[in-house]
Design a protein around this ligand. Structure first.
Ligand SMILES: [Zn+2]
Length: 322
């Protein structure tokens, strides 16, 4: 686990994110009476989707035995780093001191869509269909304890699926705690970010789609003034003519800001207030766009508050011990 850089303050506790390789079922249990054992109050579980032979060839078949090609590996590490940033931010303020997040690798998720009769849904499934299939597959497994406190993240490889786009959240289960007894489901289309953009965009979008499940509109509004969590991201003009875009603003920092596209090949289609996202001199020339996985202060605060909400809710749900 990388330590927080910058040397600001001192952390009262060392935060650890445990990345369990392989099946996640062993990390939790439900006993015969149905009493669940929680080892961590909140989990983020990342599942690889199928990757085409063409894509494997692109990466020299690296990671094929575990179905984790290099873009998936790097995106997973980016999520790990982002969660660590949140916990470090919270620790500096003595918040969430007894709270941990567990980051896990789930098993391969298949799309059984091709078995359906030929239709647009089987050839180019919509975002909602992808998320519904993903959710059904996860629910069909023994997801073990803590299912309702798990954000399930699908790494999809579908570079030509314009209906999925760069990814998105389940139509109903888009945030943890929204539906009693179920978790949250989100997908990031790493095939699209890799083929149309770059690895840095892949990293940022993996963080972006994951954090959608960990920010509520009311918290976003309390911090950023709008219910839109994209507005918590930043696009900062630096002195050397670079526009530096943080994860929640990735795909929303443009298009056509200062005469350039906002960076990604395809603009996001969700909510966004360009004026809130952009920081710095609006007339400054921008020569290039770069992406940073460093979360904005507003994003750090929003996720921290949401985790505090989850902690309090879980504490109330906890069965009486002894
Ligand atoms: Zn988004």
């Amino acid at each position: 686990m990388s330590e927080e850089t910058g040397g600001i303050g001192r952390f009262p506790t060392r935060r650890e994110l445990l990345a369990a390789i392989g099946g996640a079922a062993a990390t939790s249990s439900v006993d015969a009476s149905g009493v669940t054992t929680r080892e961590a109050p909140l989990r983020v579980r990342v599942y690889p989707g199928p990757v085409s032979i063409r894509a494997w060839a692109r990466y020299g078949f690296s990671g094929i035995t575990r179905n984790w090609p290099p873009p998936f590996r790097d995106a997973f590490a980016a999520i790990e780093d982002a969660l660590n940033q949140v916990l470090s931010y919270a620790s500096r303020q003595s918040r969430l001191t007894e709270f941990d997040v567990r980051l896990e690798r789930g098993d391969l998720v298949q799309y059984p869509l091709s078995e359906a009769s030929p239709s647009a849904e089987s050839i180019i499934p919509s975002r909602d269909t992808v998320l519904s299939v993903f959710r059904d597959q996860v629910r069909g497994r023994n997801v073990g304890a803590g299912a309702e406190s798990t954000a399930h993240v699908l790494f999809a490889w579908a570079p030509l699926n314009y209906r999925l786009g760069y990814g998105g959240t389940h139509p109903d289960l888009y945030r943890l705690g929204r539906v009693l007894g179920d978790g949250a489901y989100t997908a990031v289309n790493l095939g699209a970010t890799e083929v149309w953009d770059s690895r840095v965009v892949s990293r940022n979008m993996a963080i972006h789609e994951t954090l959608h499940t960990l920010i509520s509109p009311s918290i976003a509004e309390a911090i950023g003034g709008t219910e839109c969590d994209h507005d918590l991201g930043t696009a900062v003009r630096t002195d050397d003519g670079t526009l530096r875009v943080s994860p929640m603003a990735t795909a929303y920092a443009g298009p056509d800001v200062a005469g350039i596209n906002g960076g990604t090949r395809w603009p996001g289609t969700g909510c966004a207030d360009i004026d809130r996202i952009h920081e710095g001199d609006p007339d400054a020339a921008v020569d290039q766009v770069e992406y940073t996985t460093e979360l904005s202060d507003a994003t750090l605060e929003a996720v921290t508050r949401f985790l505090e909400y989850v902690r309090d809710r879980l504490a109330n749900d906890q069965p009486a011990s002894g």
